[in-house]
Design a protein around this ligand. Sequence first.
Ligand code: HEM
Ligand code: HEM
Length: 125
Amino acid sequence: MNGIARNFMLLALSFLFLGVVVGLYMAISQDHAQSTAHAHIMLAGWVTAALCALFYRVTEKAALSRLAQVHFWLQAPSTVVMTVSLLFLYAGHAEAETGAAVGSVGFAVAVVVFAFNVVLSFGET
Ligand code: HEM
Ligand code: HEM
């Protein structure tokens, strides 16, 4: 695995580690206030980015496209901003709502770019 697929997998693994730390913290402290942040770290971070990595691993034309770079550089910072903001939000910092909103919109745009790249790859190998 290399190129864009490797980048997405490294991004995904970073979220997996962060999500496990937050999950263990909740389990040990028995304070589940971060449940929603943990859910998005795991699903928007780990699972979504890992699926993108696997898609680019099996679809070479899409992996080499400029759109794949645009997709990665939208999704990576957006997911970081969204999930870190959620951690602050659920720790009681209401002002982190702005970061969550900005990150979420960035993430949504990244998803649209990804969808375009997937559709453009139909019929290719
Ligand atoms: C060391 C591993 C993990 C630990 C210790 C852990 C711990 C927790 C805890 C304590 C909660 C809160 C439960 C509640 O309040 O009802 C939670 C919720 C959640 N976890 Fe994990 N988790 C782990 C791994 C994962 C993984 C690998 C995923 C997904 C890929 C995941 C997805 C979720 C989701 C989606 C929720 C929210 C569920 C809901 O809305 O009720 N977790 N986790
Ligand atoms: C633009 C991106 C996203 C936004 C704005 C968003 C927003 C939200 C909101 C407002 C909630 C309710 C939280 C609450 O009850 O306090 C939620 C819950 C949830 N979302 Fe998302 N979400 C996004 C992306 C995703 C993605 C990509 C996934 C899965 C792949 C996902 C999975 C979930 C799950 C499992 C829950 C219930 C977990 C819980 O609250 O404990 N979300 N989301």
